[in-house]
Design a binder for this molecule. Structure first.
Ligand SMILES: [Zn+2]
Length: 138
């Protein structure tokens, strides 16, 4: 059973690797510009430095506090990482299910919702799942 779990984890790491690699590059830019990084379970978390500016520019109202790319989470501050960890872990699990297809599926949902007059972030089923699980775990 433990071997099977390890194999599944390895496969999910490979399946999400392109997005994780992008998150690593962006996260390391954050570290090189004064930010920090740490591993929490199967996730590498980055905060601060250029990430603060980058996330402020995210195309949602007021920017984003944190953003998940594969098995990386990028955040403005260490406090944002602590506050959003449960939510972002749901997104990590979504990446593990959808792999390379996660970002196109997420953005496709946002565009579809926007075209139908709904909110591309708050009505997005990936966000709704993350907020529902976060709420259930409180
Ligand atoms: Zn989210």
């Amino acid at each position: 059973m433990r071997m099977m779990r390890a194999v599944l984890l390895l496969l999910s790491m490979i399946w999400t690797l392109p997005w994780t690699a992008l998150g690593l590059v962006i996260g390391l830019v954050g570290v090189a510009t004064g930010g920090g990084a740490k591993r929490v379970g199967r996730v590498l978390e980055f905060h601060g430095g250029a990430l603060t500016w980058l996330l402020t520019c995210a195309p949602i109202a007021g920017g984003a506090c944190a953003l998940t790319l594969g098995h990386t989470v990028l955040a403005r501050t260490a406090g944002d990482l602590d506050r959003t960890r449960e939510h972002e872990l749901v997104h990590v699990a979504q990446y593990e299910r959808w792999g390379l297809l996660f970002v196109p599926a997420y953005l496709g949902c946002s565009v579809w919702l926007w075209l139908r007059g709904k909110h591309p972030y708050w009505d997005n089923p990936f966000e709704r799942e993350a907020y529902n699980r976060e709420f259930l775990n409180q």
